[in-house]
Structures are given as C-alpha cells and as structure tokens.
Write a protein that binds this ligand. Structure first.
Ligand SMILES: Nc1ncnc2c1ncn2[C@@H]1O[C@H](COP(=O)(O)OP(=O)(O)OP(=O)(O)O)[C@@H](O)[C@H]1O
Length: 268
C-alpha cells in the first residue's frame, strides 16, 4: 500500500498554538475516567498536568493528541479537531512517549529522519539540517550513528524529544518525560523543555508525576483528581494552596501504622 504523503509543515506556518478543552468527559464502558474537564492552554505556555495515579492524565493527553474521541465535550487546537490528520499535520503536533518509542533496528539519525523522509516534500538536505539541529539542541550529535540499544534511559528520552523536534512542532506533548531518570538527568530534561519553548516557540503540555519538574518549569499546573480538574494554578499559588486535595498531593503523609495499601487489600 502506498504511503500517504502529506505536506511537511513550512516554517512560516509556525506560531505556538492554543489548546482548548471544553466540558470533556470520557467513559470506558461504565467507568467514568474524565468528567467535565475544561482548560485552556495559551500559545507558548508550558502547561503541566499532574495528579495521582489513575486520575486520568494520560487519557486527557491522548485526547489532546487526537488519538481518542471524547464521550462528550470538545478538544480543539486553534479551533480545529485534533482527530483530523490535517490538523495534526498543520500544527506538526508531536507526542513524546514515556518509553521513547524508538525503532530499535534504526540508528538514532535514521529514527529522526524517518518521518520527514516519508513526507517527501522536504529535501534530503533540509532533513539533514533539521535532524542535526535537533541533535545539537539536545547535545547528542555524537550519538547520531548509535543504535537505540546502546543508549541509556536519559539518552533515549533526549532522542525521543529530538525526533519530535525534527517536525518543528507548534505543539509538543510529553508523557512522563522524566520517569525512570535519576534526579540530575530529570533536571536536564526539565531544562530542555524550558529551552525548547525559546528555540522553537512551541506550546508544551507535560503530563508528569515529578513535582520538582512540574513546579519548576510550568507556567501553570492543572491538578487532576478522580477524573476532574481540582485546580489550575501557577506553581507558587499551588504551593501556597490550603486546599486539602492540593496539599495531600504535594505533601503526602506517610503513616506506617495506617498504610494506604491496606485499603487496597480490602477492596480486592
Ligand atoms: N483504553 C482504556 N480502556 C479502559 N480503561 C482505560 C483505558 N485507558 C485508561 N483507562 C483507565 O482510565 C483510568 C485513568 O488512566 P490514566 O492512564 O489516564 O491515568 P494516569 O493519571 O495517567 O495514571 P498514571 O499516573 O498511573 O499513569 C485508569 O483507571 C485506567 O485503567
């Protein structure tokens, strides 16, 4: 079957985009995972989605990426439906997966060049320039000819971000970009996310458990709790909040005499 070839986004199309989620709910069977979620991400903003495990962060990100249709409500990118390939191509929307999702049989360079190569309106020289620029921004030019199996976890994450950058995206979505990284590598990734906003004028939405990362890089944070938006606030306001949902999330109490996991035993 021939590949679908769509135009590679041109530089002068590029401006950071707005993401609007309005009254969005999502159910799987009888399970209501997201309920009446509304939020608006401004152009060029770094917007972090936090919340306990199972609160619906990844499901929300998948809807913004246009990978799933809401049960009700809407998600739009500059007013357009992200489920349409035309929308995703127009804004060069890029998703950085938790696992990196690199192709193990291709070198780092080829992993980065693959997608633009399939969109042949971009010349070979242009692809090379984009790939090398992305590798340079992430300080991993030396890894261009390495295979993914030769890379550490932190390097794989950087390669995954570089691969997204080759698209010159206007919207970058990150799913747990610092999971499984040591604190120094996590800080490096946080710096990279901040730098990219300047270098690429991109709107960034980051799903993360990492409080330090979130409160350092975010312009605003949305805290999800049981599928609903508990609050949307700037990091300093979040830290100063007295809302019990926020304080329990940011400073969980550890009580060995009354561990939370006992209630899990009871529920099984
Ligand atoms: N495709 C699916 N089908 C059925 N249930 C799903 C599906 N995807 C997610 N869920 C359920 O939705 C809920 C929220 O999942 P989600 O992955 O968004 O949580 P999360 O906040 O990202 O959690 P974590 O921080 O642990 O990754 C979970 O109960 C999960 O089992």
């Amino acid at each position: 079957m021939p590949l679908t070839r769509t135009p590679f986004p041109q530089r002068d199309d590029r401006n950071p985009v707005t993401v609007q989620v309005e009254g969005m709910s999502k159910s799987y069977g009888t399970q209501n995972v997201l309920q009446d979620v509304s939020l608006s991400v401004e152009p060029g903003e770094i917007f972090v989605i936090m919340g306990p495990s199972g609160s619906g962060k990844s499901v929300l990100l998948r809807h913004i990426a246009g990978l799933e249709r809401p049960t009700s409500g809407t998600v739009t990118i500059n007013g357009a439906d992200p489920m349409l390939a035309e929308t995703r191509n127009r804004f060069a929307l890029a998703l950085v997966f938790q696992s990196g999702a690199l192709l193990n049989s291709l070198s780092v360079y080829d992993n980065l060049a693959l997608y633009p190569h399939e969109h042949t309106l971009c010349s070979k020289q242009d692809i090379r320039d984009r790939v090398m620029r992305a590798l340079r921004i992430l300080s991993i030019e030396h890894a261009a000819q390495k295979m993914p199996s030769e890379l550490s976890g932190g390097m794989r994450k950087r390669v995954a971000i570089a691969r997204a950058l080759v698209m010159e995206p206007q919207l970058l979505l990150y799913d747990e970009p610092t999971s499984e990284l040591d604190p120094i590598m996590a800080a490096t990734i946080a710096e990279i996310i901040g730098t990219l906003r300047e270098e690429y004028a991109v709107t960034s939405i980051v799903v993360s458990h990492d409080r330090d990362l979130s409160l350092t890089i975010a312009d605003r944070v949305a805290l999800l709790h049981q599928g609903q938006v508990a609050t949307i606030a700037q990091p300093d306001d979040l830290k100063a909040s007295t809302d019990p949902i926020v304080t329990e999330f940011l400073n969980p109490r550890i009580d060995v005499r009354n561990p939370r996991f006992k209630s899990l035993e009871g529920s099984s």
